[in-house]
Design a protein. Structure first.
Ligand SMILES: [Zn+2]
Ligand SMILES: [Zn+2]
Length: 882
């Protein structure tokens, strides 16, 4: 029975991480009594490794689930990973490229095999990292979106939606990534403002010599595919052009002038070119007017044969030539610089190309209606509530979802094309023949489904759907989802739609949206900025518990998390403080010949009497503990993690360690080794460990196990994770004890503050007088021994009002006057003079710099801000000395 001198989390964290998993204590059992509390993990990409955002998310989830488990709830945290279509395919392609291999050379089957191999090798990374960081998941229920069961759910959903008319195949304008060679959804396109040009091109009107219209475009190369120009029917400038045609320059094609609201009389010349094959709005206008679609750019972003002399050129090269050629024939009216919003592929940053292609779509409107309703009627609650508005905005403007991807890694579309009669057969299993023409010549659709299609089913597919499993009946709907706002639409909204459609119920009752982890300057972390905090590095350095605590402390709902080195360091100091308190208790137990002890009935312990009754500091610590329990329970329940962490910190550090342990030290000295009263100390410490466990699981488990007596193991839970969470109990509240210790704290604190302020030697004992009347004085006198030792003062007690004195502090009931010895007074005066001198110099220095226009113009604003704050602080200090 020993506690190492130094807190070294690396020595026990890996041990507990392994032990928890091996002992199976986090395994859910549907038969367990207790309220069900279930939660599915936002599945990280199988390609990924854990980043600090995951660690925040997992810390919040883990603290919640550990707390619920300790409340006796039937808990399930279901873990797993996402196959992450494009992301994974890109990683493996890059890997192959290093070996000089192209996936097309390998062929689809062989490529898929390589991806699986890659998954076997690296897919466990995230899991191992999560285990190491203490995530209390049920790994026996781990799922992967490409598991056979989940793949079956995907096919089932696809077929049912198809049969209901909610999935259709059609020609449509999609965002095409020429690098990834696939369609991507609107959400996967990143938009950024870039400097470009607005080219103004003249199209001559047929039959009216000398008359032309001017169109403006940011992409002149697309004019090769124009099949009309549009004017607004109400635009008085162009009434004479109704029914006319223009001659398309360079292509020499006659195209109609159509009347359409696409042309806004207020904007530019009021004439727009219409390129149905390369622009979404034009595509829709083309449908309205039955215009041909001429595809001049292909899937590789090269010009097609329809682009005439430009065929085969890259799109940007074609742009240069088109511009030069228009210029040379005098069709270029002017070129204006213009900032445009460029859409790029979120994965590979290549500019996306709007292309018309045949894809599979989900009709979203009917699904969205119900998904809006459940949020409106409160069946699903967003926390913080402001996300509700964002959700509605998107849901009310939802567009059909392009779900097919031209990739090889993912769920293959369960559709087969008859090569004889072109029939399309959508089925759960490969059909044996064409139902229309009986042909055996069927080929499966080569597309795979958007990754988010399978993750939209995650809350029920992972629990065994479409089978009616016990897990599904027990754990669906899940209780809570904790996730980031960046996947609110990609994932959260779609889970709600799919859950309602296939389970007839919401997938979760509450959605807690956590914030971003930012660097000390408040900037987003990114590899390019080099300000990324690697969770594995910092947990190695400070210990997992310290990082968890540091994050929780600033995890206020809706507020970004600023993770600084200082915060991590102070959290480590906090852990160290607890470690030292435990060590102190252990050493004294040993000295007193006391055995480790943990109450048999953990939830019911109240401080016991010694000779002379229950010591007041024991009544006090249990009352404070009770208050802390009440606050922490309430805070975790409402996702105010920061508040839970701060309350715990305050109680453990500033009440238990700073006061309770110090008061007990005095008791030990008095009694030269305390034999009685140990049970109260140990019970209070044991309670404290349980309170802290959801936030700092490793440290609390390590110490709890050490305090657990060998003899009593059979009657206690195997892990602190299974012990009951302390709850508020009315009978533990003791206002009289709180008042009594409160008076002790007040006097000691006043004495210490006076000493610091007057810069008196903390080691030299001072004399002082406590003035008060009534009960406060009586209490103070009763505790004079403890007060005098803790404050290092020799006190007198007087039932009177205090005379005015320079070295005095007061509370409502008590005045404390300290007597400062002559020698110290002189020393103090000298110190003050020196300090004043230094301050005056610092102030002058800063004032000079801040008056320097040159300096102010060049210095970064946050530096100037800092200097101003420092100056104000110096001035305040000076005012105090004067
Ligand atoms: Zn791409
Ligand atoms: Zn057929």
């Amino acid at each position: 029975m020993q506690i190492d001198k130094v807190y070294e989390p690396q020595r026990f964290e890996p041990h507990w991480a392994r032990t928890w998993i091996e002992s199976g204590i986090f395994r859910a059992n549907p038969m367990d009594p207790g309220r069900v509390f279930s939660l599915v993990i936002p599945p990280p990409n199988v390609t990924g490794s854990l980043h600090i955002g995951h660690m925040l998310e997992h810390t919040e989830i883990d603290a919640t689930i550990r707390w619920r488990r300790m409340l006796g709830h039937n808990t399930l945290w279901l873990p797993g990973t996402d196959h992450a279509g494009i992301a994974t395919q890109m990683v493996v392609e890059r890997e192959l490229a290093r070996q000089g291999i192209n996936r097309r050379d390998l062929g689809r089957e062989e490529f898929e095999k390589r991806v699986w191999q890659w998954k076997e090798q690296y897919g466990g990374n995230i899991k191992n990292q999560m285990i190491r960081l203490g995530a209390s998941c049920d790994w026996s229920r781990e799922r992967f979106t490409l598991d056979p069961g989940l793949s079956r759910a995907v096919r089932e959903v696809f077929v049912r939606l198809y049969e209901k008319g909610l999935i259709y195949r059609g020609e449509y304008m999609v965002n095409w990534c020429p690098r990834c060679q696939t369609a991507i959804s609107d959400l996967e396109v990143a938009h950024s403002d870039v400097a470009g040009n607005l080219w103004h091109i003249r199209y001559p009107v047929n039959g009216l010599p000398g008359r032309f219209v001017t169109v403006a475009t940011t992409r002149p190369e697309t004019m090769l595919g124009d099949t009309a120009v549009a004017v607004n029917a109400k635009d008085a400038r162009y009434l004479d052009l109704h029914g006319k045609t223009v001659q398309l320059p360079l292509m020499n094609r006659e195209i109609p002038i159509i009347l359409d609201d696409l042309a806004d009389p207020e904007f530019g010349t009021g004439v727009v070119k219409v390129t149905p094959a390369h622009d979404l709005n034009d595509f829709e206008a083309g449908r309205r007017h039955n215009l041909p679609k001429i595809k001049v750019i292909d899937e590789n972003a090269r010009m097609t044969s329809a682009a005439g002399p430009y065929a085969g050129l890259d799109r940007l090269e074609a742009r240069k030539r088109v511009v030069a050629d228009l210029d040379s024939i005098g069709a270029m009216e002017k070129i204006d610089p213009y900032n445009l919003s460029l859409g790029t592929c979120q994965r590979c940053k290549t500019p996306v190309e709007p292309l018309v292609s045949t894809q599979w779509f989900v009709k979203m409107k009917p699904l969205a209606e119900k998904a809006i309703e459940v949020v409106e009627n409160g069946s699903i609650e967003f926390i913080p509530a402001n996300w509700t508005k964002t959700y509605y905005e998107w849901m009310y403007n939802i567009r059909d979802w392009c779900i097919s991807r031209q990739l090889w890694w993912g769920h293959r579309v369960p559709a087969w094309h008859c090569q004889e009669c072109r029939e399309i057969i959508v089925a759960r299993q490969a059909p044996t023949g064409c139902p229309r023409c009986n042909s055996q010549h069927l080929v499966q659709d080569s597309d795979v489904l958007d990754t988010w299609f399978s993750s939209a089913l995650w809350p029920f597919s992972t629990l065994g759907w479409p089978e009616k499993t016990v897990d599904l009946a027990t754990y669906y709907p899940t209780s809570l989802l904790i996730t980031g706002f960046d996947i609110l639409f990609f994932w959260v909204a779609r889970m709600i739609m799919m859950g309602l459609e296939f389970m007839g119920d919401v997938p979760f009752r509450q959605v807690y949206i956590h914030a971003l982890v930012r660097d000390p300057e408040g900037q987003k972390m990114s590899k390019t900025k080099g300000n990324v905090i690697d969770p594995l590095v910092v947990t190695e350095k400070y210990g997992t518990d310290a990082i968890r605590m540091a994050m929780l402390q600033c995890a206020a709902p809706g507020t970004d998390i600023i993770l600084t080195e200082a915060r991590m360091e102070s959290s480590r100091a906090f852990a160290n403080k607890i470690w030292n308190a435990a060590r102190f208790l252990f050493l004294n137990m040993e000295r007193s010949g006391v055995e480790p002890w943990v109450p048999e009935r953990l939830a019911e312990y109240l401080p016991e009497a010694e000779i002379g009754g229950v010591p007041v500091e024991d009544r006090w610590i249990f009352s404070r503990l009770n208050d802390c329990a009440q606050q922490v329970n309430r805070a975790i329940e409402t996702y105010r993690y920061h508040e839970a962490a701060q309350v715990l910190w305050q109680f453990i550090w500033h009440e238990f360690c700073d006061w309770y342990v110090e008061l007990k030290k005095l008791r030990f000295q008095e009694k030269s080794g305390l034999t009685a009263g140990w049970r109260n100390i140990l019970a209070a410490f044991e309670n404290l460990l349980r309170l802290l466990h959801p936030a700092m699981p490793f440290l609390t488990e390590e110490l709890w196990q050490r305090f657990l007596p060998e003899a009593g193991r059979a009657s206690r839970p195997a892990s602190i994770a299974l012990a009951p969470y302390p709850q508020y109990r009315q009978q533990a509240t003791d206002y009289a004890a709180e008042r009594e210790i409160g008076i002790v704290q007040e006097i000691v604190t006043m004495a210490r503050n006076l000493r610091t302020e007057s810069k008196l030697d903390p080691k030299q004992q001072l004399a002082g007088i406590v003035y008060s009347r009534g009960n406060a004085l009586e209490v103070a006198e009763r505790h004079s021994g403890a007060i005098q030792k803790l404050a290092n003062v020799k006190l007198e007690f007087k039932a009177a009002a205090a005379p005015k004195s320079a070295v005095m502090r007061s509370t409502a009931e008590i005045d404390l006057v300290l007597e400062v010895p002559k020698s110290q007074e002189e020393a103090k005066a000298k110190r003050d003079a020196r300090e004043l001198d230094q301050l005056n110099r610092n102030i002058a220095n800063l004032e000079r710099q801040l008056a320097d226009e040159n300096f102010l113009a060049k210095a970064p604003p946050h530096i100037v801000e800092k200097m101003r704050a420092t100056l104000a602080a110096y001035q305040a200090q000076r005012d105090k000395l004067l």
